[in-house]
Design a protein around this ligand. Structure first.
Ligand code: ADP
Ligand SMILES: O=C(O)[C@H]1O[C@H](OP(=O)(O)O)[C@H](O)[C@@H](O)[C@@H]1O
Ligand code: MG
Length: 371
C-alpha cells in the first residue's frame, strides 16, 4: 500500500546482508552413550523445544558483540553480590562464545577459500536454557550464532551440514572447554539422531556418521532439572586426562558406554522400551563409576535417585544438572515421579522433541543420505 509521506520501500535488489537475521538453537538431551562422544564413541541424542537460545545478527557499521544484560553481568549491587554471582555461575557468559564463533567461522572460510564480504554486524543473544545444567546451553548459543553467520555471508551451501558440528565444537575448544560432538550434532540436525564417532570416519572425513531416526520411536520422556550450575569443561577434564594417559578402566568403560547407544538404536527401532530403560540406567551407573560422586555432585545424583525410587529409568542429559527419566509403567508412574520431584525441590517437565531442522539447501550439502 502506498501512503503519502510513507518511507519508500527498499529496492528489491537490496543486498541480503542488509536484513536482520535471527536463529534459534534448542537444548539437547543425551539419551544414550554420552559422554563417549568425547572419546570416539556413539550416542543417541535429541533436540528439545522446551528450552532454546536465540542469536540475532543486525548489520552495523562496527562489528559489535553485545553483552547480555544478565548473563554477562558487569554491574553489581555490592561486593557480596559480585562474589556470589561468580561462585554460582563462574566468570563467563556468552560473549566469549560469540567471539570464538566468529573466529572459528572466519578461520574455516579462509582455509577453504570461501570469500566473505566486508559488511559488519552486531551479534546479541538470549537464552532460556537453564544455565550450565548439561542441556547444551553453551553450544546452543554457538550454534545459533553460527547459523546467523552462514546466512549473513550466504555460505550455507559451502559449509556442509556434517562439518558444522565440528566447527561449533571448535569454538568451545578455542576457549579450552572440554566437550564432544553430540550436542552440536543434535542442534544442527534437530530431531533424534544416532551418532557414531568412530576414529576411522573422524580422521578420514573430519566428522562422524550421523543418522536421523524417526522421533515417533521415542516413548514419553521427562526432564528433571535444578538451579545448580556446574562447569562441564571442569567436570570432564580429569576423566579426559585419564583417558589420554591410557587408563584401562576409563578406556574400557567408555567403550561400554558407546555400546549402549548401539544397543539402544536397536531397542528404539524395535520399540523395546524395557531394554531402553535398562540401557539408560547402565549409562548413568558407568558414568558414576568413571567420574566419581564428588565430581558429579550430590544434588545431581539425588535427581537420578529420585527417579529410580519410583522405578523410572534415569541418567544425566549431559555432564550434570539435568536428568532424563523414562517411566516404563506409564502415567501412574509419571504421577509418582512428578510428586517425588516436587517434594525434592526439582523441576520436572515432559520432553517436547524438535523435528528435523535441516532445510533443502542443508540437505543438498550432505555427503551421505540421512535415514
Ligand atoms: N546460559 C548461559 N548464558 C551465557 N553463557 C553461557 C550460558 N551457559 C553457558 N554459557 C557459557 O558457556 C560456557 C560453558 O558452559 P557449559 O558448562 O558447557 O554449560 P552447558 O551445560 O549449559 O552447555 C560457560 O562457562 C559460559 O561461558
Ligand atoms: O558429559 C556429557 O554427557 C556431555 O557434556 C557436555 O555437554 P554439557 O551440556 O555442556 O554438559 C559435552 O559438551 C558433551 O559432549 C558430553 O557428551
Ligand atoms: Mg556445554
Amino acid at each position: 500500500m502506498e501512503g503519502n509521506g510513507s518511507p519508500a520501500e527498499p529496492p528489491a535488489t537490496a543486498p541480503a546482508a542488509a536484513a536482520m537475521i535471527e536463529h534459534k538453537a534448542y537444548a539437547r538431551i543425551g539419551l544414550l552413550g554420552n559422554p563417549s562422544d568425547v572419546y570416539y564413541g556413539r550416542t543417541i541424542s535429541l533436540n528439545i523445544s522446551n528450552f532454546w537460545a536465540s542469536v540475532r545478527l543486525e548489520p552495523s557499521s562496527d562489528l559489535v558483540i553485545v553483552p547480555h544484560p544478565t548473563h554477562d553481568l558487569v554491574k553489581f549491587g555490592s561486593l557480596s553480590h559480585l562474589v556470589n554471582r561468580l561462585e554460582n555461575e563462574g566468570y563467563y557468559g556468552g560473549v566469549r562464545l560469540l567471539m570464538a564463533t566468529c573466529k572459528v567461522f572466519n578461520k574455516y572460510c579462509e582455509e577453504q577459500g570461501i570469500e566473505l564480504h566486508n559488511n559488519n554486524f552486531s551479534l546479541s543473544y538470549e537464552t532460556n536454557i537453564p544455565r550450565q545444567t548439561g542441556l547444551s546451553g553453551s553450544s546452543a548459543i554457538v550454534c545459533a550464532a553460527f547459523s546467523c553467520l552462514l546466512d549473513f555471508y550466504d555460505v550455507r551451501d559451502k559449509i556442509g551440514v556434517e562439518m558444522r558440528p565440528q566447527l561449533i565444537l571448535n569454538a568451545e575448544k578455542e576457549l579450552g572447554i572440554v566437550a564432544g560432538l553430540q550436542d552440536r550434532v543434535a542442534q544442527v540436525y534437530g530431531g533424534l539422531v544416532y551418532m557414531d564417532f568412530n576414529k576411522d570416519s573422524m580422521h578420514k572425513c573430519g566428522h562422524g556418521n550421523y543418522m536421523q531416526l524417526d522421533t515417533s520411536l521415542l516413548p514419553p520422556l521427562h526432564l528433571i532439572y535444578a538451579e545448580n550450575p556446574s562447569d562441564s569443561g571442569k567436570v570432564h577434564s580429569t576423566v579426559r586426562q585419564r583417558w589420554l594417559d591410557g587408563d584401562e578402566f576409563i578406556i574400557s568403560s567408555m567403550e561400554e558406554v558407546a555400546n549402549l547407544a548401539l544397543e539402544g538404536k536397536t531397542a528404539l527401532l524395535e520399540k523395546d522400551y524395557a531394554k531402553l530403560a535398562t540401557l539408560m540406567n547402565q549409562n548413568f551407573d558407568l558414568r558414576r563409576r568413571m567420574f566419581g560422586d564428588a565430581a558429579l555432585g550430590a544434588l545431581n545424583i539425588e535427581m537420578v535417585e529420585v527417579a529410580r525410587r519410583v522405578g523410572a529409568a534415569s541418567k544425566f542429559t549431559g555432564s550434570g544438572g539435568a536428568v532424563v527419566a523414562f517411566c516404563p509403567d506409564g502415567p501412574s508412574q509419571v504421577e509418582l515421579l512428578e510428586n517425588a520431584c516436587k517434594k525434592g525441590g526439582f523441576d520436572i517437565v515432559p520432553v517436547k522433541v524438535v523435528p528435523s531442522l535441516l532445510n533443502e539447501i542443508d540437505i543438498r550439502t550432505l555427503s551421505s543420505k540421512i535415514a
